[in-house]
Design a protein around this ligand. Structure first.
Ligand code: ADP
Length: 357
């Protein structure tokens, strides 16, 4: 039996709603934020209660994600026009007074079914995640052992081995190291988005300075030139996630150049009223139109590891973290002529914007 929570300020309406819904569901009434903390599968709210509890309702819905916690708003025709935009964000369906009992019943059933589907999906997802986590954890120990024992053999028994034997062992050690990196990256990828995402005003100059510091070895090894303009703006982002996205894009821009070419990478930012687009342009090998979408999928690589090292999780990480921050990502490129990757995020509120609002 599903549990319906009524947040109805109008007492008579609350009583009538409870009476009609009670026949098929468990119904309880709440008139405080405390009441919103109890478990429920669907909320029914009227205009004044939504006004009072909008923040608590939003955070309750957020806490349930990826499960869907539906909310029906009950209002009079006059009230609808008075609602501000932010109040609609937590509403999934609307019923205008006077309410038709049959219509109420149908809407409730449809939304409860959606809730049920999302719960099932979450359960399956959780199972799959637990399974892959366990698998990866269990694989770490043997892979590490293969790597360390082959290194021991190379170090301690090298006199007893001929060149062929040494080469075979060296290969085993290198492959074990690759497998170890792969497991590590997979674990990190599957953990993305599990921590709470906190969007805050993030100044790009400091962020870029840290990214370049982290990539110093790669930049020096490739003798890359990275041009970062002065006066970069701030964006609304989760700093740790943005750092991941920028580091991956910069690292690719340095890596995917033709042999013998000195990488030249140019960063630029364009900002409109609401969005900031960070662009990273390179003079690399470019990407063919037919590979456009697939390069964002996990483990898709267009080159062998011998040609360009990597495991194919860079761009999927970029897309995932940018989407977690409510942004978009994409690129323009022509084969052999370089690429321009971009990520688009909400612009940080400048003083002028705040004044306009
Ligand atoms: P990896 O982590 O192995 O570098 P990515 O997911 O970052 O993999 O990238 C997937 C594929 O997209 C790469 O194998 C490469 O072919 C292509 N790619 C990514 N960035 C660029 C770039 N800046 N220029 C050309 N090709 C790129």
């Amino acid at each position: 039996m599903s549990h319906i929570l009524l947040l109805i300020d109008h007492q008579e309406n609350g009583r009538l709603l409870a009476e009609s819904l009670k026949k098929r569901h468990q119904v309880s009434l709440a008139d405080s934020e405390e009441g919103l903390r109890q478990p429920f599968d669907l909320g029914v709210v009227d205009g004044t209660a939504l006004n009072r509890f909008s923040k608590a309702i939003r955070s309750r819905k957020e806490a349930e994600r990826p499960r869907f916690l539906p909310l029906i708003l009950i209002v009079t025709r006059q009230e609808v026009r008075l609602f501000k935009r932010h109040l609609w964000e937590s509403v999934d369906d609307l019923l205008i007074c006077p309410i038709d009992k049959m219509e109420l019943q149908v809407r409730v059933e449809v939304l409860l079914r959606a809730r049920e589907f999302s719960s099932e999906l979450k359960l399956r997802n959780d199972d799959l995640e637990a399974y892959s986590q366990a698998l990866m954890h269990d694989l770490r120990a043997p892979v590490r052992a293969i790597g360390s024992f082959s290194k021991l053999l190379i170090d301690e028994q090298k006199e007893k081995l001929d060149d062929r034997g040494k080469r075979h062992l060296e290969r085993i050690r290198a492959v074990a190291e690759q497998a170890w990196d792969l497991i590590d990256s997979l674990l990190a990828f599957s953990r993305l988005g599990r921590k709470e995402i906190v969007l805050r005003t993030t100044p790009l100059p400091a962020m870029m300075a840290t990214c370049l510091r982290n990539l110093r070895e790669e930049i020096e090894a490739a003798k890359a030139e990275v041009i970062v303009p002065a006066n970069l703006p701030s964006v609304r982002a989760d700093p740790a996630l943005l750092m991941m996205a920028l580091t991956n894009l910069l690292s690719n821009a340095i890596k995917y150049v033709a042999p013998g070419t000195r990488p030249q990478v140019v960063l630029s930012v364009s900002t409109t009223a609401r969005r900031s687009r960070i662009q990273i342009e390179d003079n690399g090998i470019g990407i063919s139109p037919e590979d456009r979408e697939r390069i964002f999928a996990p483990f898709v690589r267009l080159h062998g590891v011998e040609e360009y090292p990597g495991i194919g999780l860079g761009l999927s990480t970029v897309r995932k973290v940018v989407e977690l921050m409510g942004g978009r990502t994409g690129f323009e490129s022509s084969k052999g002529k370089g690429s321009r990757f971009w990520i688009e995020l909400e612009a940080a509120e400048t003083k002028e914007r705040q004044e306009k609002i």
